[in-house]
Design a protein around this ligand. Structure first.
Ligand SMILES: Nc1ncnc2c1ncn2[C@@H]1O[C@H](COP(=O)(O)OP(=O)(O)OP(=O)(O)O)[C@@H](O)[C@H]1O
Ligand SMILES: [Mg+2]
Length: 261
């Protein structure tokens, strides 16, 4: 594997949920997980609903904090605990680690048009010098994700975009800040079957231009196999990574019962 960009060391996340009768229940959403993602690598994370995939993704993006273990990110020539990063370094981590969410309708604030959804991150991270440059970059991004001519999309609100178009905008926004790591959490599962391959191919083509590592979360083996061909798959079951390896090897020769099923 190329140099790990990000690694988790024995991380666990436990949720405490109250029951109707006041007794507290603990859910081990992620248990003792150690995985590595190399620069520019795709790691597909597959498992049934509720096994902890999204929680693991959120932990790796520092959107949630683990209860145990640590997550190391390679930054300025050293591995650093992401929760020890401060100031500019934490900001850099935030920029470098992006999410493509499942539900494209939650991506854009319904009160904002496409242009005003795309430009703030460009300005915030000083990728664009000013509004004019941000607008130009937004046009380039829309073109890259196949929304042309871009000017036709600038003034549109999410209610006037299809699910597929919104997902393209979510992708444009994620790649706009030149991240090194993207968590794509069920990024195509809400789309029509006919659109899925189109969006997966778009992601794979963009990946050739913008070198980015992916944690690609899905409950669908066929989609994982397609997206992570020649790469790696991790199988998650009840909060644990039960199997990890080369995509074809895992699929041809599954060891864990869940994988076999
Ligand atoms: N904020 C939370 N509070 C309490 N429990 C939670 C929370 N988030 C997740 N869980 C629980 O943790 C477990 C793992 O959830 P998670 O969403 O990570 O699974 P998943 O594999 O992404 O599922 P799906 O395929 O349905 O998206 C589930 O039992 C879920 O109910
Ligand atoms: Mg999920």
């Amino acid at each position: 594997m190329p140099n790990p960009l990000l690694k988790t060391e024995n991380i666990s996340k436990i949720f405490e949920v109250g029951s109707m009768f006041g007794a507290k229940k603990h859910i081990k959403a992620v248990e003792n997980v150690s995985i590595e993602i190399g620069e520019n690598e795709i790691l597909a994370l597959v498992g049934e609903s509720g096994c902890g995939k999204s929680t693991l993704g959120k932990l790796m993006l520092a959107l949630l904090r683990q209860d145990r273990g640590r997550i190391l990110y390679y930054l300025n020539n050293a591995y650093k605990d992401i929760w020890s990063l401060k100031g500019e370094e934490f900001k850099e981590y935030r920029r470098n680690a992006q999410l493509i969410p499942q539900d494209p309708y939650t991506t854009i604030n319904p009160m904002r048009n496409v242009l005003s959804a795309l430009t703030p991150p460009l300005l915030h991270y000083k990728i664009a010098k000013n509004r004019k440059e941000a607008r130009k970059m937004a046009a380039e991004l829309l073109t890259m994700v196949g929304l042309v001519p871009p000017e036709d999309f600038f003034k549109r609100y999410s209610c006037r975009l299809s699910g597929g178009q919104l997902q393209r905008i979510a992708i444009a926004r994620a790649i706009s800040v030149k991240p090194k790591f993207i968590v794509a959490d069920e990024a195509v599962s809400m789309l029509d079957a006919s659109l899925r391959i189109e969006i997966l191919d778009l992601l794979l083509n963009l990946k050739k231009k913008i070198k980015t590592a992916y944690l690609f979360i899905t409950h669908d083996f066929a989609i994982a196999r397609y997206f992570a061909r020649d790469q790696r798959i991790a199988i998650m079951y009840l909060g644990n990574i039960v199997e990890i390896g080369k995509t074809e090897e895992i699929i041809q020769n599954p060891l864990h019962t869940y994988t076999k099923v």
